[in-house]
Each structure stands twice: as structure tokens, then as C-alpha cells.
Write a protein that binds this ligand. Sequence first.
Ligand code: NAD
Length: 471
Amino acid sequence: MSNKYSFFGAVEKSFDKAAKFTKWDKGILEQIRQCNAVYQMRFPIKRDDGSIEVIEAYRVQHSHHKAPCKGGIRFAAEVNQDEVMALAALMTYKCTIVNVPFGGAKGGIKIDPKKYSPFELEKITRRYTSELIRKKFIGPGTDVPAPDYGTGEREMSWILDTYSAMHPGEIDAAGCVTGKPISQGGVRGRREATGLGVFFGIREVCNMPDIMDKLGLPTGVEGKKVIVQGLGNVGYHSAKFFQDAKAKIIALAEYEGAIWNENGLDVDAVFQHRKKTGSILNFPGANNFAKTGEALEMECDILIPAALENVIDGKNAPNVKAKLIGEAANGPLTPEADEVFAKKGIIVVPDMYLNAGGVTVSYFEWLKNLSHVRYGRMEKRFTENMNSQILSQMEELSNKKVTDSARQMILHGPDEIDLVYSGLEETMINATREIMETWKDNPAIPDMRTAAYVVAINKVATAYSELGIFP
Ligand code: NAD
């Protein structure tokens, strides 16, 4: 695939396109656009067979307008400086759109994790963390990593353990990384947060009658035909929440192949089939696509690329038949693809806010770590007692009893998961509305991505101006 722009170049292009719709001075725009700090490192590890391998890795802090910086760490053979810079920049814009008070950052280790044993992966993760500590590129108040492509709770535990061992007695150490297991200070709901945020964001767009009218679709998610690429953390959960909301998952794509069934696929069953057989292909009752890329070109209402960047470019974009594309992955569309879709009237719900569920719930996790208390612990029982009093009074006054199921619902005080889900839902709904209003207020803005960038630029620029950096 030959694209005109590098990934960071594509982010810069989108930024410049949006900057024209803002009133900010050229200097402020330039400060926002650039990466503030780029740390490229190389370190050796001893492999299980005794050989020594030099590992290439990165941490990029894109913006220091808020502290700490925040962004995931990815393990992938394709990791390079340009990619990490682009992802760090997207984090700044993402955080600001969903009002998470962090600067953007990203980390990457250039390895294919499938080719390393768990012991080797642990060594690499711990050594990477030590390198970050050495340069003060990690800490609850400076830079807080999280999972991304190829990493998960296990790697976050190793990071926390390494950080804690090297900072004995640091009371807020757990806040140095998010996406941890619950037992290590993680928050309930973090694992599925990005997928759930993707669902909330697209559902909000689907609930907008004017947008659905333009696409010739009824409002709501129910019955919509959905295709998801990537059955990893983000893709699996996105697909699952759409299925739970009665959308039809008509195709699923993985790197080894793709399958379809017009009547809908059961996401959990496909996931289990892949786990058992090692491939998504030959799922009972489904058809195999000849090539995995064909799944992106099948007729559907909503297409959700949730794997990697640059999967839809100028070449295959004209073949895409979806009416709405939800960018669950970071950077799945190239600027050329964007142009094709803008001309065709296809709505692209952009990555920089659509997949912000992960960082939003990471923010909740970080707050939990700093406050050292589980969400709901203080108010759950109090709320239940109050609800019980109110219900008794109402029943006494009306001389009627509510049903058992209604009683259970009314009395329920919030658990951590309830608060995390509702905090995320509120965040995604507000962000969607703010972007759409910005778009409507300025009809010259060509697409939703540009509108999202306008919102982001305005917020970061306001923060910089009010910091007094640009008197
Ligand atoms: P993951 O490693 O859990 O899953 C990625 C999946 O995509 C894997 O199952 C992989 O096999 C599959 N895949 C790889 N190449 C493919 C191809 N060519 N076609 C089809 N499938 C392919 O990673 P993830 O955490 O789900 O991240 C996916 C994307 O979402 C990345 O772009 C990441 O930056 C972005 N993202 C992740 C989070 C998060 O919380 N995990 C948050 C925001 C954004």
C-alpha cells in the first residue's frame, strides 16, 4: 500500500485542515502540532536460547499543556518513530475532546509479541520501564502509560511492579500506569471501556435524526448491519456491545481471514471458535471471504475497523459500501480515503474521540489510585438506605406496593461498574454532541474529523493561552 503521507504526516494534514477554521495565531498552532519530547531507546535482552537481541523502543510526549501525559504502549513489529509520534498527537486531541485533563503521549516497542516467550516479554517490559524511569518518562504526575495494540493487563502489572520496586514508599505509585488488573489497583470496566465508548459514540450519531436522514437510515442501533475488523480488545467488545443492542454483526475480519453471515454472527461463539482452532475461518454456519480485506467492502450500515492503521486508503476506499464508518482503531483511514468518503457522503466518526473510552476510564482508574478508595464504597449503602426510605413513604402514601423487580431497581445503590459505565456514557454523548454542534455551526467544515480537530485545537489553544505561555 503506498500512501502519500506518513501517519504523523496524515495527523498534521488533518490538523492543518482544521486549523483554518480556528482563530489562533500561527505560533500557538505550531506549538500544539509538534511533539514536545521524543525518546528513542535501544536496550539488550538475553533471549531464551541464550542469544542477545537489541530492542528498539519509543516514548513520545506530544503535549505538556496538562500533566501528566497519558497514552498506551504498543508491541508490534511495525512500530517506528513516526507512528508513535502520530499516536501521541492523537492522544492529546482525544483527551481534550473528552475533557480528560492529560497531555498526549504514546509508547511503542518494535517486537512481534507472538515471537517471544512470556518470560522474554516480561524482561522486555521491565527493562523498558526502567529506561522510562531513568529519564523521568513515567510517574503518576508526569507520564502514565496504558495498554494498546499487543499489550494488556499483564504488561501493565509488570510496569507497576517495576516502578514500585524502584520507588519504595511512593504512596501514589499505583497511578503510574492504568489498565491494571483489579487486584493491582485497576478499575472495573477498563477492559471493555474502549469498545463500550465506540458503541456509545456511534449510538449517539445513530440517534441523530438529521444525520440518519442524510444516510437514508432509520435512527437507532437496533437492526443495523455491522462489520468489525479485528477481534482483539477493542474489536471484540465493540462487536459485543452492538450485538447486545440488537444490531446484526454480519461480518468479522481477523488477520488470518474473514467470515460473513447476512443473518448475523454470534460474537462470543466466533471468539471461542478462534481460540479453539487458531483461526476465525470455517466458523460453522458462516462463509469465508477469499481475502480478509474483502470484509471491508461488503455492503453494511456500519463498518468498524478495530485493528490497525492505514487499512483503508485511496485504493480500496472507493469499494467500501458502508454508510457510516466508526474508527475504533487509531488511524485506520488515510487522508485519501477521507476525501473519497467526504465526496460520497459517508460519515466517518473519527478515531480521536470515538476510541477515547479507554483513556476516559483510565482517567477514572488514575483518580481511584490517587484517592485510594473504590468508586461507590462511600455512597452505595447510603443511597440504598435513602432510596428505601423514599420508596416506603411513597408506598405508604399511595397505598400500593411496587413489584419486586421494580423494588430491586429503585433501591440499587451504585457499584464501581455502574459509575464507570455511566461516567463513560455521559462523556461520549457530550463529546459527540459538541463535535456535531461545531460542525453544524460551520457548514464549511467538510467532515466530522475536521470538526473534532477544531474542538480539540480550540481547547488546547485556550489552555496554552490561559497558562500564560503566550502572553
Ligand atoms: P489487540 O492487540 O487487542 O487487537 C488487535 C486485533 O487486530 C488482533 O486480534 C489482531 O490479530 C487483529 N489484526 C491485526 N492485523 C489485522 C488485519 N490486517 N486484519 C484484521 N485484523 C487484524 O489491540 P487493541 O487494544 O484492540 O487495539 C486495536 C486498535 O485500537 C489499535 O489501533 C489501538 O491503537 C486502538 N486503541 C486501543 C485502545 C485500548 O484500550 N486497547 C484504546 C484506544 C485505541
